[in-house]
Structure formats: structure tokens, C-alpha cells
Design a protein around this ligand. Structure first.
Ligand SMILES: Cc1cc2nc3c(=O)[nH]c(=O)nc-3n(C[C@H](O)[C@H](O)[C@H](O)COP(=O)(O)O)c2cc1C
Length: 209
């Protein structure tokens, strides 16, 4: 097994991976707004690695409540046509410029991956847990993209919630978009944003308040 091939089922694995580089990535990772993305994006081998890493998430009872739809090349233009058509029929008062903006959405990055939340409602693993697993997939994908040298952003925007769009993208009834992960190169480096005040979100159980 090389370090890039996924381990075989049952292979012994290290329980921890002390790594200053990983800590640095986790401390400094920052989304790059899709409008500030450009090419190049991951090649086929890199994308395979990113998707493989993204799929290695905690998943209670191994339901695999997620799947991927990759938008690259022509697929992005076709997706944009779908957005433009549906946006124009939803918003009858809109302008041609606004419709063109929708047509161009998927062109903002060379690769866009839809993470589809595919909850099995008949399964005894609670729906909430299956939903969280799909969220973990999105975060893993951001980290994997970053470690491969790409900038990325996790977006939903209006089209993640539009039934006509979801149907045109091939989602089955009950499936939802956990996120569209836009992946590419940053036109300019992002700036740190405000982060939660740690003291405000940590309590210690059992200590006098
Ligand atoms: C489920 C989900 C959906 C999001 N959708 C949008 C969106 O539609 N538009 C947007 O500007 N940011 C959206 N964001 C926020 C960005 O992805 C990103 O988290 C934010 O810009 C903060 O950047 P950071 O990742 O560097 O902390 C979404 C985040 C999550 C978790």
C-alpha cells in the first residue's frame, strides 16, 4: 500500500497521525469565495483522491448516506443552462443580466462537486446522524482539496433548495444537497474572518458557574 492508495479492508492503521503540517492546515484553512476561484482545478487523479478522502468519514452503522455528482467541463455549462432556465421561470420579473449570472454559476470553478445527502429513512441509524455524516463529507472534501493545493468553498445557494433544479440534477425523492463544493485556484489569498469567541462556547460540566 502506498500512502495514496486507500487501505484494504481490515488493514492495520495507525490510531493517530501526529503532524505539524496537518495542524497548520486545520488552524489556517480558509474558504475562498467562489467568485475568487479560477483554474487550474484538480486533475482526474487528484479529484479521485479528494473524493476518496471525502468519503472516509464517521458513519454510524455504515449506511453511506451520501453520494457525489461531479460537474466538470461541459457538465458545468449544462448545469448553468438548467439554473438559467429554472431561475427565469421562477423570477418572471428578472433581467437578462441576472439570468446570465445564473448561467455562469458553475463556471466559477473548474470543478464543482455536489455532495448529496441520501438518508435511508428505513434504517435504524437516526436521520440526524446520517445528515451529520454528509456534513462531515463536505468538510473532509475542503480539507482534502486544500492539502492537494486547491482553494475551495462549500456553498448551497438557492439552487440547492429548488425542486426543479434537484430533479434536473438527478436527485431522487428525499435526497438533499449537503453542499456544492467549488474547487479551483485562488485569484487572491483569502483574509481571516471572525471566529467564535472560544470562551463563549465552552462550559465545563460539573464546575460551579
Ligand atoms: C451548509 C453550508 C452552506 C453554505 N452556503 C453558503 C452560501 O450559499 N453562500 C455563502 O456565501 N456561504 C455559504 N456557506 C459559508 C461558506 O462556505 C464558508 O463557510 C464561509 O465563507 C466561511 O469561511 P471559512 O470556511 O473560511 O470559515 C455555507 C456553509 C455551509 C456549512
Amino acid at each position: 500500500m502506498t500512502s495514496t492508495t486507500p487501505p484494504e479492508f481490515g488493514a492495520p492503521l495507525p490510531a493517530a497521525h501526529p503532524s505539524e503540517e496537518t495542524l497548520k492546515l486545520l488552524r489556517l484553512r480558509r474558504s475562498t469565495a467562489a467568485d475568487l476561484l479560477t483554474g487550474p482545478g484538480p486533475n482526474a487523479t487528484e479529484l479521485q483522491s479528494i473524493l476518496s478522502i471525502a468519503s472516509r468519514v464517521p458513519d454510524h452503522r455504515r449506511v453511506c448516506p451520501f453520494r457525489f455528482i461531479v460537474f466538470e467541463g461541459e457538465g458545468r455549462a449544462k448545469a448553468g443552462e438548467i439554473l438559467a432556465r429554472i431561475f427565469a421561470s421562477n423570477e418572471t420579473e428578472t433581467t437578462p443580466e441576472r439570468v446570465q449570472c445564473e448561467r455562469a454559476r458553475f463556471m466559477r470553478a473548474p470543478v464543482v462537486v455536489a455532495v448529496v445527502s441520501a438518508v435511508d429513512r428505513t434504517h435504524r441509524t437516526p436521520e440526524w446522524e446520517q445528515t451529520m455524516t454528509a456534513g462531515a463529507v463536505c468538510q473532509n472534501m475542503l480539507l482534502a482539496a486544500s492539502a492537494h493545493g486547491y482553494a475551495a468553498q462549500w456553498l448551497t445557494e438557492w439552487y440547492a433548495y429548488d425542486h426543479a433544479v434537484l430533479e434536473a440534477f438527478g436527485l431522487k425523492p428525499g435526497e438533499k444537497i449537503a453542499g456544492f463544493i467549488y474547487i479551483g485556484a485562488a485569484k487572491e489569498p483569502p483574509l481571516e474572518r471572525q471566529r467564535p469567541e472560544l470562551q463563549a462556547i465552552i462550559t465545563r460540566f460539573g464546575e460551579a458557574g
